[in-house]
Design a protein around this ligand. Structure first.
Ligand code: NAD
Length: 430
């Protein structure tokens, strides 16, 4: 097993001690069901041809069609995509969505491509994986460095191949193409509901709670804005270029506005950095993770906190908005330090939850208001967060282990319903 997936799977071992699922089911969950690798030829603007490497993994589809985002990043590998698909499997089960887990990606630096080249690449990716996806098979969504424009191209290309409009194959689309109200902000909004509900357990007062957010993209910028609006002191934010810090709290709406305006000017990607905004101290992404704050929110990429820097983390609570920002070795160190970690498969599940709402709306043809979406999102996030909290109290385990226990119970039941060793060894009793 490759490195990232092996590390992700370690989280299962602890949770398996507390659930009653068959050995067959736990064995099945250790391996991705299907992994597809495609090469994508793209005609570049200067006439040359470049071949890109793309992946789509369906980790498990026992509870429903595969569901998961598509990432464009230079570090994308099969191992990374498999581990992201693993997390999606548990996330969908945790939120009780009728989906299995999947993920996709293309290895590239998207900032080096023109908008036209990105469109040809995105359509080429769909050509490569078209037989592997579909509204009842595997549904795509945005992830790091992909957005609603790209989702629109993907849905359009799939519809061209199928010769019928197929909005349900992709979520996170533009609203004019069947996208849902609230999907753009869903991950950050869902995380905000969980943070509020969980910090209330510790009697935290927003005005006295300092927060640092690593990653100011789709997920990180929204959660930072909502927290600032609710009165929390967001003292540091960062993006791939570096970060900014202000002891008294940053003016998050202005920072967001600045990024938004630049994104508008710069077509698909925002190339400007939050570092360009004044009245702050500059800090690196490494320094941001070591800040003496109450709450740390990693919202960029995986493996940001490892055994190398876990000792330096001073936050009291960590809410994982990114997928896999803490590796399993760091988890142990942070737990020993008494830091309360709220895991990715719970905290960032708002994105896939509203993706589910979008898929439902696409299939029913009836579209909901922004208020309806957010009310349903809040209910789902808070209900499942409270269940995870109860499991953690009941077994005296970490919130991460409790989240896996909760998801494993649902997954195990579904896998066992398909047939267990007992059926074959002892026969059916009736
Ligand atoms: P995004 O592309 O919108 O933003 C990523 C942000 O991270 C950008 O601000 C980028 O500059 C910053 N970044 C990149 N490398 C960094 C580094 N080394 N240090 C600090 N910042 C860095 O992506 P996103 O959709 O916001 O996704 C962020 C994380 O949230 C990912 O782990 C993703 O898997 C997870 N997530 C996203 C969604 C979603 O719906 N968008 C849902 C669930 C989980």
């Amino acid at each position: 097993m490759d490195r990232l997936l092996a590390d992700a799977s370690k989280r299962l071992e602890e949770a398996l001690k507390y659930v009653e699922i068959s050995e067959d089911a736990s064995e099945r969950l250790k391996y991705p069901k299907t992994s597809l690798s495609v090469s994508i030829p793209v005609r570049m603007d200067d006439g040359s041809l470049r071949i890109f490497q793309g992946y789509r993994v369906r980790y498990d589809d026992t509870r429903g069609p595969g569901k998961g985002g598509v990432r464009y990043h230079p570090n994308v590998t099969m191992d990374e995509v498999q581990s992201l698909a693993f997390w999606m499997t548990f996330k969908c089960a945790l939120l009780n969505l009728p989906f299995g887990g999947a993920k996709g990606g293309i290895t590239l630096n998207p900032k080096e491509l023109s908008k036209q080249e990105l469109e040809r690449l995105s359509r080429g990716y769909i050509e490569g994986i078209a037989d592997f996806i579909g509204p009842d098979m595997d549904i795509l969504a945005p992830d790091v460095y992909t957005n609603e424009i790209i989702m629109g191209w993907m849905m359009d290309q799939y519809s061209i191949i199928q010769r019928k409009i197929s909005p349900g194959v992709v979520t996170g689309k533009p609203q004019t193409m069947g996208g849902s109200q609230g999907r753009n902000k869903a991950t950050g909004t869902g995380a905000f509901y969980v943070i509020q509900a969980m910090l209330a357990k510790f009697d935290r007062v927003p005005e006295d709670t300092t927060i640092a957010v690593q990653g100011f993209g789709n997920a990180g910028s929204v959660v930072a804005q909502l927290l600032a609006k609710a009165g929390y002191k967001v003292v540091a934010v960062s993006d791939s270029q570096g970060g900014i810090y202000a002891k008294m709290g940053l003016d998050i709406p202005s920072i967001s506005q600045y990024k938004k305006e630049n994104r508008g000017i710069k077509a698909v990607y925002c190339e400007d950095s939050v570092c360009n905004i004044v009245e702050h101290q500059i800090l690196t992404n490494e320094d941001l993770l070591k800040l003496d704050v109450d709450v740390l929110i990693p919202a960029a990429l995986e493996n940001q906190i490892t055994e190398k820097n876990a000792d330096d983390v001073k936050a009291r609570y960590i809410f994982e908005v990114a997928n896999g920002p803490i590796n399993s070795a760091a988890d142990i160190i942070l737990n020993q330090k008494g830091i309360e970690i709220f895991p990715d498969i719970l905290v960032n599940a708002g994105g896939v939850t509203v993706s589910y709402f979008e898929w439902v709306q696409n299939r029913s043809g009836l579209y909901w208001t922004n208020t309806e979406v957010n009310e349903r999102l809040k209910e789902k996030m808070v209900v499942e967060a409270e269940k995870v909290w109860s499991i953690a109290q009941q077994h005296s385990v970490s919130m991460r282990t409790a989240a896996y226990i909760h998801a494993l119970n649902r997954l195990g039941e579904a896998l066992d319903a398909k047939g267990t060793r007992d059926y074959y060894v002892n026969g059916l009793s009736h």
